[in-house]
Ligand binder design. Structure first.
Ligand code: ATP
Ligand code: MG
Length: 449
């Protein structure tokens, strides 16, 4: 891509202007775009509509990276799009999007968005008034560009002549490695506070800096995240922490006071010099998650949440032991409810994950009790692997007995059967008495899910 693209194509556009970068002046080739996305682009264009690849697809291709997905923008209305594609579903109420389905691959097609009042209320997608505003919702490509978040996300690849339409100086910011909001940063963050998280996410993922004016208001406005629906923040938390750049993203989020809004219980453990067990655990679990993603291994969000919340859980349990004289086991059970209830207020971790989080925590209480047949039974449990992997991380943080225990389990798993049996027989200092658990069960107070 050449930096000195032609200025003669510029047209006035608010504070910003359109630059057209011709096919000869950039490095995007159609070979890099998925067949399905190309099919949709060509079909729209063939029917007389404008059709552009936009957003992360263009940005990542210009950077020489493989895009996660391909988003398309067009002047065709959702109804017109539906007419063109048999495999099309319209989704969303206020602003309707078309999903063109190719088996598991979904190409999202959005009609150009126009200017309209955008407030935090609308973001939560609860208002019915949206239906009345439908007519005002669609707009021109210029308007569409202006309401996108960052300059590097507002570049449009035109299927008609393979040129790139850069509305907000995205090409230049891409070369300077800058995340810059379009428009007035404070206004844009107030419209949609999630843009603060997106700024951090792209900075970490692309290894870009956040432009000064874009960065400046974040710390003060971070509290606005508390108004965002917890379900949306769950989705965002996964994109932030489970996309291969989680460690860097967490550190940046923390610097801008954003992590603290999403994980208030975890933030209570934070220290000036990053020296608490929770902070050590965050580094370990996010680092290993990043590594697993980069190695193409599977990851389970429940594992990460279980690790992040483990020391806050223990602190809460200790309090219950002190104040109410509960046994360790009962206190952990009770505190699990409390910690998860609190956490889901900001991040709506789905039930299937909270169930796994509890299992991983419970295993921490069971793994020390491994004499006789117990060790063999534990290994057969569904979540044994996750429980053991977590024990190993705890060993690194806590050292001492926990580290010894993790080593014992490591040896046990690798050993031949006869050796295992003698290892299990040799265990004499099983922690926690079975009676405690029977007491707990007799009370039958809480279900374990
Ligand atoms: P990636 O898919 O790699 O995470 P992306 O830039 O494609 O990055 P998406 O969430 O897929 O991000 O959104 C597609 C495009 O929609 C963005 O590039 C941006 O132009 C626009 N967009 C998404 N979310 C917002 C938002 N909250 N405010 C304004 N524009 C947004
Ligand atoms: Mg995308």
């Amino acid at each position: 891509m050449t930096k000195d693209y032609t200025q003669q194509d510029s047209i006035p556009f608010g504070e910003i202007a359109l630059h057209v970068i011709t096919r000869q002046e950039h490095n995007i080739s159609r070979k890099q775009i998925s067949d399905n996305a190309l099919k949709v682009l060509y079909r729209l264009n063939g029917a007389g509509f404008d059709a552009y690849l936009v957003g992360g697809g263009v940005r990542d291709l210009l950077l020489g990276e493989q895009p996660k997905d391909f988003d398309i923008a067009t002047n065709a209305t959702p109804e017109q799009i539906k007419h063109l594609f048999r495999n099309c579903r319209l989704i969303g109420r206020r602003f309707r999007l078309a999903h063109i389905m190719f088996g598991r691959d979904i190409i999202e097609v959005a009609t150009f968005r126009g200017h309209h009042q955008e407030t935090v209320k609308n973001v939560s997608a609860q208002s019915d008034e949206g239906m009345l505003l439908r007519d005002n919702v669609y707009g021109s490509i210029d308007e569409d560009a202006e309401r996108r978040d960052f300059t590097v996300n507002a570049m449009y690849y035109n299927i008609a002549d393979y040129s790139i339409h850069d509305y907000a100086g995205g090409v230049e910011d891409l070369e300077d490695k800058l995340i810059r909001l379009i428009g007035d940063p404070e206004v844009r963050y107030r419209e949609d506070p999630v843009r603060m998280l997106r700024a951090i996410r792209f900075a970490a993922k692309l290894d870009f800096d956040i432009e000064e004016d874009t960065a400046a208001p974040i710390e003060d406005l971070a509290h606005l995240l508390r108004d965002i629906p917890a379900a949306r923040l769950f989705e965002e938390s996964i994109k932030l922490l489970q996309s291969g750049y989680g460690l860097e993203t967490y550190h940046l989020m923390r610097e801008y006071n954003l992590f603290q809004q999403m994980f208030p219980l975890v933030a209570e453990e934070f220290t000036e010099d990053y020296s608490s067990p929770t902070e050590h655990m965050l580094d370990l679990v996010l680092d290993s998650t990043d590594e697993r993603i980069n190695d193409g291994k599977r990851i389970n969000p429940a594992f990460m949440f279980a690790a992040i919340l483990w020391y806050p859980l223990n602190r809460a349990a200790e309090k219950l032991m002190d104040e109410q004289g509960l046994s360790h086991y009962d206190a952990i059970m009770e505190a699990s409810n409390h910690i998860l209830d609190e956490q889901v207020k900001s991040i709506a971790i789905p039930r299937r994950h909270t169930a796994t989080i509890r299992e991983i925590w419970q295993l921490q209480l069971r793994l020390p009790r491994r004499s006789g047949k117990r060790a063999f039974r534990l290994m057969e449990l569904n979540k044994f692997r996750a429980g053991y992997d977590f024990l190993e991380m705890r060993g690194e943080v806590e050292q001492g007995e926990t580290e010894e225990l993790a080593k014992w389990w490591d040896t046990f798993q690798r050993a031949p059967r006869e050796v295992r049996q003698s290892m299990a027989n040799a265990v004499t200092n099983d922690k926690g008495r079975p009676r405690r658990r029977r007491n707990y069960r007799k009370k039958g107070s809480k279900s374990k899910s």
